[in-house]
Design a protein. Sequence first.
Length: 393
Amino acid sequence: MTRSFWRLFYGSSFSRLGTSFSLVAIMSKFYDLSGSAQDWGILLSIRAIPFILFGLVSGLLVDRFHRKYVLIICDFTRVFIFLGLAFCTNLMWFYGLVFLGSLFTVPYDPCVKSLTVSWMERGELLKINSLAETARSLVSITGLALAGVLISAIGSKWCLIFDAFTYFVAALNILFLKGFEREESRASSFSTNAYWQNIKEGTTFIRSEKSVLYPIFVWTLMVFLIGFEGPMFFPLVTEKQWGGANIAGFIVACIASGSLITSLAIAHLKRLPIHSISATALVLLLDALALYFISQVNFVGSALAFASVLGVTETLFNTYAITEIQTKTPENMIGRVFSVISSLQEPLRVGAVFVAGVLIQNFAASKTLHAASLLEIGIAGLIFLFSLSRNFR
């Protein structure tokens, strides 16, 4: 692994720390401005709209322009956006700044994943993606915990200023990166003709290349399930009388810890533990059983143990899907393919939160999670039957 890759890795991780941190800081600032937690759905929708409207276009930017400058523009722009959020006192302006912040987040992950494929050998992608999952877990734990502590201590305004600082540091790190010779030659070959055809190439490739369809399906399913499960933990803790928000935080921390341990273990393997359709069905079944027991147990310690299993299954799915997609997608189309996936996943994530909110208002959290686990078991069964049918052909 080159020095430039490690600097990209650390810089993008620091940028993601700002993104993770901002999830809590933006919600806190929004509550200060609106005074209503019920309007959070509007805010989530505004965050998702850029992924729907500009996801495909951002993929073309990533594949056709110099990726170093795409990353720098995204990070430097978010510095000023988050400074604006910190000092904003008008709710409509706040909505607009959140929209812009999300807009300049859209191309970031596809750009990092594209550079990873460009710089590394395909055989190293499993190790790289497991390290990325490790960083994501650490960033999730650190960002959420740090945001909670700092918001209580200094308020959401200074937390958003800290967000801006993380993006500034990440941008400076990437600004002085070297090793972009392939990027310069690729960017210089960009043709301004047939924009729409270039944009559609990502969706056309996904439809025609069946080997990437299944990893995308698995990954998107996991994104929806995570978005659905997340809002359930706090009402579940209240319903079970396990305690307050601190226990819900412990559940999230256990999930992140399970993810961290799994990603560290995968980094030492030469082959992913799951590499077939039937294997992914078994992992999905394990995820469903963990969710089922979390909804049914009455002892908080047992719930925390099963929560760590959710982190294991989530990491296995994410690492499997990302590695498979990167391996089977041509290098000059990586950005567009991952942008198509992002434009699909982000609305589904928001939709999952909406569905969870509606169900929480009408049913007990334990019953809802119970039903979700049964649905997962059914999906796992269908996937396993599909795998068997393919083997007998």
